[in-house]
Design a binder for this molecule. Structure first.
Ligand code: ATP
Length: 342
């Protein structure tokens, strides 16, 4: 069942269109990342879901209840949505327990106590209920803000760049920790980021934005392996583009020779385009008669990055094999896979 449904959403600031017809569906327990460069409308969509931004067209529903739409606008506090901000926004004068229980009103005292204990245990802050925010580390404060949002039992959790103020060293660990908490609680979440690496680690699905529109929505694997255009391909990682002429329904002629696709190509024979190859999809072979020359080698830890020149073109390659050296003659190949052609 879908928790969140966004249909044909438009929104503007004083007549300046910022969201230009967005569609997105999120299933129960899924985490979606709103990903894209600065100013493309990610936060505006998050605010629209939270009820902090009006729509000029379209509809937003949570669990089949229309919250924003033609002649409907449910106020923020009645949407069943929890929000976590970049700066945690904890109340400095309240201790951890009171911060967590802030939104849990109108329930019996023993249920409040039970909810508090569940939340402290979920975010691994048992025994710290009496501390004040300034007596906690940044990571612990972030966990309190998550406990506070979840204590209110939201139908949907919204997170606005929740990791951007966290030290890079602990960020990865913290993302996994919070992801585990959300998965254990089976809460659906939408999170805003401009970092593809954060989106890959934290989200189940990615909505890649460009100038107020979602260019592609799907799993990270789907967007990475089958981008619909060069914008998506480049946003998710480095690419080589080789001129290609479609020879058959499953092969193309390129400067590296004939490449075979394991899937049928959606182009007619003779189509002239470009084939996309990720740096790890190209393989280097030592070849004294080869047309390629290694012109740069960088050791990156888990892989070696090479730049290889063939005629006037240069190719980026990541290889587990660190034995090639600048100046060496090589040839490049790629094993058959589902080719992406633009
Ligand atoms: N209150 C406002 N009044 C007018 N324009 C605004 C307002 N808030 C945002 N905008 C504009 O709307 C566009 C989208 O802004 P938004 O904050 O949604 O982008 P974003 O993708 O979240 O960017 P960032 O990653 O920098 O936070 C931008 O061009 C921005 O300048």
């Amino acid at each position: 069942m879908s928790t969140l449904s966004i249909k044909g959403v438009h929104s503007d600031y004083h007549g300046l269109q910022v969201l230009k017809g967005l569609d997105l569906t999120l299933n129960k327990g899924e985490i979606a990342a709103l990903l894209g460069p600065s100013g493309c409308g990610k936060t505006t969509l998050l605010r629209a879901i939270a009820g902090l931004q009006l729509l000029s067209q379209g509809e937003i529903s949570i669990n089949n209840r229309v919250l924003s739409g033609p002649e409907v606008f449910v106020p923020s506090e009645q949407r069943g949505v929890g929000m976590i901000f970049q700066d945690y926004a904890l109340f400095p004068h309240l201790n951890v327990a009171d911060n967590i229980l802030f939104g849990v009103k109108s329930v019996a005292k023993d249920i409040r106590k039970q909810r508090l204990n569940e939340m402290l245990s979920l975010v691994k802050l048992e025994g710290l209920g009496g501390r004040f925010p300034h007596e906690l580390s940044g990571g612990q404060q972030q966990r309190v803000s998550i406990a506070r949002a979840l204590a209110y039992e939201p139908e949907l959790l919204l997170l606005d760049e929740p990791f951007s103020n966290i030290d890079a060293k602990v960020r990865g660990e913290m993302m996994l920790e919070i992801r585990t908490i959300l998965k254990e609680s089976n809460v659906s979440a939408v999170f805003v980021t401009h970092s593809k690496d954060e989106a890959f680690v934290f989200a189940d699905k990615l909505a890649l934005f460009k100038e107020g529109q979602i260019v592609q929505y799907g799993t990270a694997e789907a967007l990475y392996a089958s981008p619909i255009d060069k914008y998506v391909a480049d946003f998710l990682g480095q690419c080589n583009y080789l001129p290609a002429v479609v020879s058959t329904c499953s092969s193309v002629e390129t400067p590296l020779g004939m490449l075979n696709s394991t899937s049928r190509l959606p182009f007619t024979v003779g189509y002239q385009g470009e084939v996309m190859l990720r740096p790890q999809q190209l393989e280097i072979t030592a070849d004294e008669a080869g047309e390629g020359v290694i012109i740069d080698r960088r050791f990156l830890g888990s892989v070696c990055h090479y730049q290889v020149k063939i005629a006037q073109s240069s190719y980026q390659i990541n290889s587990l094999n660190g034995q090639f050296i600048p100046g060496q003659r090589v040839s490049l190949t790629t094993s058959a896979h589902s080719l992406v052609i633009f």
